[in-house]
Design a protein around this ligand. Structure first.
Ligand SMILES: NC(=O)c1ccc[n+]([C@@H]2O[C@H](COP(=O)([O-])OP(=O)(O)OC[C@H]3O[C@@H](n4cnc5c(N)ncnc54)[C@H](OP(=O)(O)O)[C@@H]3O)[C@@H](O)[C@H]2O)c1
Length: 296
């Protein structure tokens, strides 16, 4: 079975390609330089040439704050790109696994978000991703939309890498504690996406919207404290002795974030028969890898 991964140069895309290799499927990863999904003709051409049974879309415009001033660009990639890819999937008879975000919600709930909960994005990025979900659903292709949250991995810039850098440079840092979610390692998400490809190969019925994150709940402050603790255990030259919890109002950003974005994962666990590790276990595993297996 052929599997096509778009956006394979991003933090999720980089992790998913090697994870898919042990399936025995033929995997084609196309980074943005090889395939720009906003080019409808080239997208169709690439899909028809790879002849995938499954397409995993990791390509996205992910600059949450910049999106507030680059609305057109965000929609071009996240809505139009998704539409092009799903349209090509329909023509090729491929199943598309499309990655989306917790930012489709406003975060005003106090219990985990189910797939059926009402969406209400607070900013341009979330709006563009929600429009991408609609484009996939309207394409006529068979699809799974997988919403995830607070991603980090080895590639690219993310919260884990930012905190490690700040903690090696500064004596103290300030981190918001009134936004709650679930940090998610890209490798764990990649394993879940692989499970969709395996289920599709077996002919299982897996269409629909799903939520996936690591288990457990944290504030950005909790997450930062654990990142620093893990980095210390792994031998990083940590200078920071104080992590100060602050309110979101003390750290204004151009885009508003959902204050609560924990995702309910019952549906995906049941559909794919997967167990999901706690975010602290995954953070420990990622940090151990990052520091080459060293640990105190
Ligand atoms: N990061 C998070 O915290 C988070 C949270 C929830 C959901 N998500 C979702 O998870 C998915 C993966 O995110 P990520 O963190 O891996 O993002 P990422 O590191 O920014 O990767 C996105 C990739 O998409 C590529 N791309 C951008 N425009 C493209 C285009 N027109 N055609 C083809 N490729 C294009 C980028 O290439 P260039 O670098 O060359 O532009 C980049 O390699 C996305 O759908 C994102 O919305 C992310």
């Amino acid at each position: 079975m052929n599997v096509l991964v778009t956006g394979s140069g991003g933090q999720l895309g980089t992790d998913i390609v090697p994870i898919l290799l042990d399936t025995g499927f033929s995997i084609t990863g196309l980074p943005s330089k090889a395939l720009d999904i906003t080019d409808e003709a080239k997208t169709l051409e690439a899909v028809l040439s790879v002849k995938p049974k499954v397409i995993i879309n990791c390509a996205a415009y992910t600059a949450v704050d910049k999106a507030e001033i680059e609305k057109e660009k965000a929609f071009k990639v996240n809505r139009d790109g998704a539409r092009n890819l799903a349209g090509a999937a329909k023509k090729a008879g491929a199943f598309i696994v499309h990655v989306s975000t917790d930012f489709v919600f406003d975060g005003l709930k106090a219990t985990p978000y189910a797939e059926t909960d009402v969406t209400h994005p607070l900013g341009v990025y979330g709006e563009s991703k929600l429009a991408g979900e609609a484009a996939v659903q309207e394409s006529g292709a068979r699809y799974a939309i997988v919403r995830t949250s607070w991603l980090y991995g080895h590639t690219g810039n993310n919260f884990v890498k930012t905190i490690i850098r700040l903690a090696t440079e500064k004596d103290s840092i300030r981190v918001v504690y009134d936004q709650t979610g679930s940090p998610t390692w890209t490798k764990e998400l990649a394993k879940a996406l692989k499970a969709f490809a395996l289920a599709e190969a077996k002919g299982n019925s897996i269409e629909g919207i799903y939520h996936f994150s690591n288990e457990g709940v944290a504030s950005w402050y909790d997450f930062a404290v654990m990142i620093i603790e893990e980095a210390r255990l792994c031998g990083a030259p940590i200078k920071c002795g104080k992590v100060e919890p602050i309110l979101t109002s003390g750290y204004p950003t151009p885009a508003k974030r959902p204050p609560y974005s924990v995702l309910d994962k019952e549906k995906i666990k049941k559909a794919l028969g997967i167990a999901i590790p706690h975010w602290r276990a995954s953070l420990g595993a990622m940090m151990t890898e990052l520091y080459g297996g060293k640990r105190a």
